[in-house]
Design a protein around this ligand. Sequence first.
Ligand code: PLP
Length: 447
Amino acid sequence: MNEIRKLATETPRPNNFDAFWMGFTNNRAYKAGPRLVAAAEGVHYYTPEGREVLDGTAGLWCVNAGHGRPEIANAIKRQADKMDFAPTFVVGHPIAFEAAARLAEITPSGLDRIFWTNSGSESADTALKIALAYQKAIGQSQRVRLVGRERAYHGVGFGGMSVGGIGPNRKQFGAMLPYVDHLPHTHAPEHNGFCRGQPAWGAHLADQLESLVALHGDTIAAVMVEPMAGSTGVLVPPQGYLQRLRELCTKHGILLIFDEVITGFSRLGSPFAAERLGVAPDLLTMAKGLTNAAVPMGAVACRDSVYRAIVEGAPAGIELFHGYTYSGHPLACAAALASMDVHRADDLPGRVRALEDYWADGAHSLKGLPNVADIRNLGLVAGIELTPRPGKPSDRGMKVFNRCFDDGLLTRVTGDIIALSPPLIVEKSHVDRIFGTLAEAIRAEAA
Ligand SMILES: Cc1ncc(COP(=O)(O)O)c(C=O)c1O
């Protein structure tokens, strides 16, 4: 038995599943038959029973460089031994500056001012606040409106949730932020179904921003979109869509924010999707792959002009009333630096580009299986949309997920859509196993 599997089997099963209230989980169903993983290495998890589970989702779109990277673990340990924590309000510490400077080297050109956060949700809310502060700083204080897109996920803070466009994530929580509007989503399988990469149909949907400008005048501060929506089922941007959005934002004095929490850190074959898709935003949010998820961390990369308008335009004193106790946490910075080293040393963007055709072939080989309604892919991401069981939305998706897990594959399920986003170190044999296992599960849930 290999060492990591042994560690997993030596992990005692919890004897109390009640205390931990799990997020975004059907707690009753989960706790009726808990599925656990206890150790991880490379592209695999190991269960307490010693079963190997291929990680088809990089944890939760985050362990891009693969599990258990010693370079990252050692960097965290070294930093913990030297200085466990120091704040970044008023007092600074070297590694927070070093990590920001290194990150600024790989963010799209001009987006080289880094605000540290601890998660994708915090990054979303931070970016929205910076956008509002910027508009005020340049004398546009009437610009208080925020525009998102239907079927977008920007985390769970009130800003990201309000600007996000997922009904079920909002309906329990009251009134949301005021002054928010939404663009239509680009999901239209009747026009762009079973498309490899970016669909040709749909760029015109960005023009809806003109209608929102006509409606709201010069009160819009920012538009926030995921360049490729992940959590709502892998919605790949139509060709020209983001370019159009960029042009319209520039034309109307609106900041464009890209939420790259999923698409950042090599997932689409370049450090950020902005490069791969050829569109530069004004603010770019990230988290997840930034530290390979080894320590929670997020960031907002800001255009220099945004930073300068707020910081240089402010009266004496604090320029931006925002920040988190753990912004620039030393252990997270150590993990981020080591993780960026790994991305470069392993040429993870290059690996994605080399493998993405094979990956797309694997994904689209599922076409024709029972209930496969659509397949979408970009970089090392794929979304397989299944027809829901009549009157039982999510049932087929969840059962396919469970079967895959029991057959040794971790996927991500959103309703009846299976999303795949493996660690970027996967080999062709893993790709074969991912789509082979998924195909079996889809067949088994045909009825
Ligand atoms: C695009 C996007 N934004 C924000 C978030 C929220 O990130 P977190 O869960 O780290 O708060 C996610 C999480 O999946 C995401 O996919």
